[in-house]
Design a protein around this ligand. Structure first.
Ligand code: HEM
Ligand SMILES: CC(C)=CCC/C(C)=C/CC/C(C)=C/COP(=O)(O)OP(=O)(O)O
Length: 315
């Protein structure tokens, strides 16, 4: 099943024998830098769950989240090979660059997905394995094959896939879910739009070329900038829910407040950017680029604050 925006076969004549496939290419398929943060949030859910968890089971659970998100990334690269070939940012990925065959990437993605879910089930429980399987399905099928090419709300809904890991970690440790892992899900879910739309503002031409209906392509930069600000404000409010419910202490509250204020400051910087008139530039240290970088530090530090608060203040 391949997308209709552009034909992979039309973009790259894959060599009959793809030579030079190296270990690095298999690794690249996993989108390692993105999944490092995904896995960190999963590990945070696991660490904050109540009760004592066997360290070997904990390590296997984290490995499973790692395998599953990498597998979903590989399936995404298989399906998106046509549009990846058109976009500057992704044109050198293993398939569009002709270093790997689509079928071997698909096989790798499916094999790794199945292995991660079975291993999670054997090592922990059906709930954790079930949410893990659903996350792979959501990212690889719902987001990649359906929403990404059909609606500018693609990442708002599709972002749920990347928000599940804290729930998976929690479920792996306890076999059940409570309010806190669901709030952690909500935080990542609301963080995804400002995270991605900041990037999409300066990668807008790439998405336009590939025919992907990302928000700035369809609704323009101005609308996207306002959406970034609104989501960031709602995100900050939701990050304070654990404090309001006495599920977190002062250290987390201070961290969430300071980081949230910083994110809103960055979002206002994006809104005040006057580049709209000339179109969105792909170079330079734009406010949108700063906001994207901030979003990464924000989520990492917020979860660090949550962990520190849990172990130093609440325990
Ligand atoms: C639908 C949801 C999401 C979309 C569409 C999205 C999109 C992107 C894109 C296009 C990039 C640039 C990657 C590159 O330069 O090749 C990126 C970078 C990144 N994303 Fe996201 N993202 C999403 C969700 C997430 C989630 C849930 C996390 C982690 C919790 C995350 C973590 C990261 C990290 C760490 C990077 C930086 C990677 C690097 O330095 O190369 N993203 N994201
Ligand atoms: C536990 C589990 C299965 C989690 C999977 C969730 C996951 C890997 C989320 C990250 C989302 C992500 C990399 C989006 C990239 O969008 P894109 O694919 O449109 O970006 P691209 O243009 O760089 O390919």
């Amino acid at each position: 099943m391949s997308g209709s925006v552009a034909s992979a076969e039309g973009n790259a004549a894959y060599p009959v024998a793809v030579v030079g496939t190296q270990a690095r290419d298999w690794f690249v398929l996993l989108k390692p830098r993105v999944i490092s943060l995904v896995v960190f949030t999963g590990a945070a859910g696991l660490a904050m769950a109540p009760g004592h968890l066997n360290p070997i089971i904990a390590a296997i659970s984290i490995l499973c989240i790692c395998m599953a998100s990498g597998a979903a990334g590989a399936i995404n690269m298989w399906y998106d090979r046509d549009i990846d070939a058109v976009m500057k940012r992704t044109a050198t990925r293993p398939i569009p660059d002709g270093r790997m065959r689509p079928d071997e990437v698909l096989g790798f993605g499916i094999g790794l997905s199945v292995a991660s879910v079975i291993l999670m089930w054997l090592a922990t429980n059906a709930l954790a394995a079930g949410i893990l399987a659903f996350s792979i399905f959501f990212y690889a099928v719902v987001y990649t094959m359906w929403l990404k090419r059909s609606t500018p709300q693609n990442i708002v809904i599709g972002g749920a896939a990347g928000a599940f890991p804290p729930m998976i970690g929690w479920a792996a440790a306890t076999g059940s879910l409570t309010v806190l892992p669901i709030v952690m899900f909500g935080i990542i879910f609301l963080w995804t739009p400002p995270h991605f739309w900041s990037l999409s503002l300066y990668a807008c031409k790439d998405y336009g070329r590939a025919g992907i209906p990302m928000l700035p392509v369809v609704k323009g930069a101005r609308h996207t900038r306002w959406q970034i600000l609104w989501y960031t404000i709602i995100l900050m409010a939701v990050t304070l829910v654990p404090s309001a419910m006495h599920l977190a202490g002062w250290l987390y509250t201070v961290t969430a407040t300071v980081l949230g204020a910083g994110f809103i400051y960055r979002a206002i910087g994006v809104l005040r950017d006057r580049q709209d008139a000339q179109g969105v530039s792909e170079s330079g240290d734009l406010p949108a680029r700063k906001a994207f970088r901030y979003s990464l530090a924000y989520l990492f530090l917020l979860f660090c604050g949550m962990l520190a608060d849990h172990f130093l203040i609440m325990h």
